[in-house]
Write a protein that binds this ligand. Structure first.
Ligand code: ADP
Ligand code: MG
Length: 277
């Protein structure tokens, strides 16, 4: 199999959008699998108490399993909580258990409550795992868990659904990102936008696509993810669509999107223009 190029520097991407159902988890697991299957060691952090990314990767996440919750509390190391997925030996996942549901409240009274994930994702901890890419799958809110993800990452990846109201709420997300930039993490930027659930039969999908491209320019991946039954079926089998039906349009577009991300990273940049962009 052809290998994807390694990034010049390890990349940490936070997958965020406070709207539910826009494709955060689906994009996280399938992009991560695309990179991992093609040779790049990739870590998924499931930061949503729903545990959907853990389910999709078929990683144990019953209450009591070492998970991101214990990592945030400093009770477990990243390496202890990271499980190897069946999708690829290169694909690791730190699962979320239902215990994480209380964390949003528990974190409020903790020291350095916004930077606990950042502390856990130290260079040493990530070197130990040998990962090139980290994806943090956020819950559908802008609470402390998502803030932790934005403080821990340099890049935000926003999935946008090609639907009515797709852009509604984006302003709120962007102003939260600006707040984090201003106060907690000056290096943070929106590096990647993925258009998801594109239905070519509707005019609306093209309108949304054009609007997003006009507004965000080169950070929008050229590859658009189509709406596809295979994509939605895969998690029910504990698989990514790349394993479930590698020849499907959904699988191929997630692989193309992963390739775009890898090529940007290999140029030392986060966007088409490369370094410093
Ligand atoms: P989020 O994590 O933002 O809440 P999900 O990734 O869980 O969103 O996606 C929401 C729902 O849409 C899920 O049932 C998922 O299987 C489905 N879905 C996501 N992407 C696609 C797609 N490209 N085609 C069809 N269904 C999709
Ligand atoms: Mg999700």
């Amino acid at each position: 199999e052809n290998q994807l190029p390694r990034p010049t520097k390890r990349r940490i991407l936070t997958v965020a959008n406070q709207k539910g159902g826009v494709g955060k988890t689906t994009s996280t697991v399938n992009l991560a699998a695309g990179l991992a299957i093609h040779g790049l060691k990739t870590l998924v952090i499931d930061l949503d108490p729903q545990g959907n990314a853990s389910t999709a990767l078929n990683v144990e996440h019953r209450s009591g399993t070492p998970s991101v919750y214990e990592v945030l509390l400093g009770e477990t190391t990243l390496a202890e909580a990271a499980a190897v997925s069946e999708q690829s030996p290169n694909l690791l996942c730190v699962p979320a258990t239902i215990d994480l549901a209380g964390a949003e409240i528990e974190l409020v009274s903790m020291a350095s409550r916004e930077s606990r994930l950042k502390e856990a994702l130290s260079d040493d901890a990530l070197d130990e795992l040998g990962v090139d890419y980290v994806f943090v799958d956020c819950p559908p809110s802008l609470g402390l868990l998502t803030v932790n993800a934005m403080v821990a990452a340099r890049e935000v990846l926003i999935p946008i659904q090609c639907e009515y109201y797709a852009l509604e709420g984006l302003g709120q997300l962007l102003s939260n990102i600006e707040l984090v930039q201003a106060h907690l993490n000056p290096e943070l930027s929106v590096s990647t936008i993925v258009l998801t659930m594109y239905d070519g039969r509707t005019k609306l999908a093209d309108q949304v696509t054009n609007e997003v491209r006009n507004h965000f320019g080169e950070v929008v991946l050229k590859t658009v993810i189509p709406r596809s039954v295979k994509v939605s079926e895969a998690p029910g089998y504990g698989q990514t669509v790349l394993a479930y039906d590698p020849g499907s349009r959904g699988a191929m577009s997630y692989l193309d999107a992963a390739r775009e991300i890898a090529e940007r990273g290999a140029r030392g940049g986060t966007t088409e223009k490369g370094a410093g962009a």
